[in-house]
Every structure is written in C-alpha cells, then in structure tokens.
Ligand binder design. Structure first.
Ligand SMILES: Cc1cc2nc3c(=O)[nH]c(=O)nc-3n(C[C@H](O)[C@H](O)[C@H](O)COP(=O)(O)O)c2cc1C
Length: 151
C-alpha cells in the first residue's frame, strides 16, 4: 500500500504541571517556533488557568511524533485527545505556533463559542476547540499587525 501524505489536525487538552511557570512557557514556545518549521507543523497553543489547549497540524507522521513527545513532557499532564482528523486545508498555516491566552482574549470570542474566560479545556467540544483557537489566533494576528504598523 502506498503511503499518501495526508494533512492531519490534532487537538488535545492537558493540565499544566505544578511548577511549570512563565519561564517554562517561554521555553516551550521557543522550541516550538524553532522545531515546527523544519517538521512542517503549524498550530496554536492556548494557555488558560485550567490548562493547555493545543492544535497541531501537519503530516500524519510529524504530528504523531510531536504528540508523542508532548505526552511525555513533564511540564504538562493528563493529556486528553479532543480530535484527530484529516483536513484539506490548514487553519494555522501562517503560524509555527500561535500563542494565545484565555485571560487576554476579547470576551466576544469567548461568548461566540459559549465558553467563560476560565473555561476548562477538557470540556470543550472539537468544534468549540477549533473555533476558539482559530478566532483567538486571528485576533492575535490583527493585534500584531496593528503593533507593527504603529512602530
Ligand atoms: C503544552 C506543550 C506544547 C508543546 N508544543 C510543542 C510544539 O509545538 N513543538 C515542539 O517542537 N515542541 C513542543 N513542546 C515541547 C516538546 O514536548 C519537547 O520538549 C520539544 O519538542 C523538544 O523535544 P526534544 O528534547 O526531544 O528535542 C511542547 C510542550 C508542551 C508541554
């Protein structure tokens, strides 16, 4: 059987391990932005008080291998898969890893997806998860563009 390169999109939730602070978060984002372009992975990572919500997209092999590494990463725990599916198009194609925070997001985005600011990433549906991450990343991109323009 020939191996066709599918693009897959994986979304999971995890708890932030005790002792995982701002410095660890910075290190996670640094390594993601360094590694992901070379393995063809794009995505978004949402930090909320109740845990992480992350979407990884890329080839099945790259996404699976990265997911295995994250499962073993002691900075997070109780990883729970929310969705895993083949997609025809990436949602976060322009991001090596978009970083968004639930506590800094426009309330209208949370309302639109029917979640609270302190929403528990473990309780969102696959549809809510991708919608939230997509809209939060869009808001972040618009913010960064405005900031760049002002400079
Ligand atoms: C919540 C979370 C998200 C992460 N996301 C990524 C990612 O998108 N890309 C990445 O390369 N590493 C990510 N990591 C870090 C990996 O677990 C791992 O430390 C890193 O890829 C380096 O792996 P290595 O030491 O085996 O090279 C993440 C870790 C956590 C806890």
């Amino acid at each position: 059987m020939s191996e066709i390169e599918h693009t897959v999109q994986l979304i999971y939730a995890s708890r932030i391990a005790k002792g995982c602070g701002p410095k660890d978060l910075e290190a996670i984002l640094d390594v993601s932005r360094k590694n992901n372009p070379s393995i063809g992975v794009t995505g978004a990572l949402c930090y909320s008080a109740r845990g992480f919500l992350q979407c990884l997209e890329g080839s099945r092999a790259a996404v699976n291998a990265l997911y295995r590494r994250i499962v073993q990463d002691e900075r997070n725990e109780d990883i729970t898969l929310i969705s895993y599916e083949q997609v025809t198009e990436r949602t976060f194609g322009q991001w090596s890893m978009a970083y968004v925070r639930a506590d800094g997001v426009d309330g209208r985005i949370l309302n639109k997806h029917k979640v609270e600011e302190d929403f528990d990433p473990f309780t969102v549906t696959p549809k809510q998860a991708i919608g939230l991450l997509r809209d939060m990343a869009r808001e972040r991109a618009a913010f960064l563009a405005r900031q760049q323009k002002a400079e």
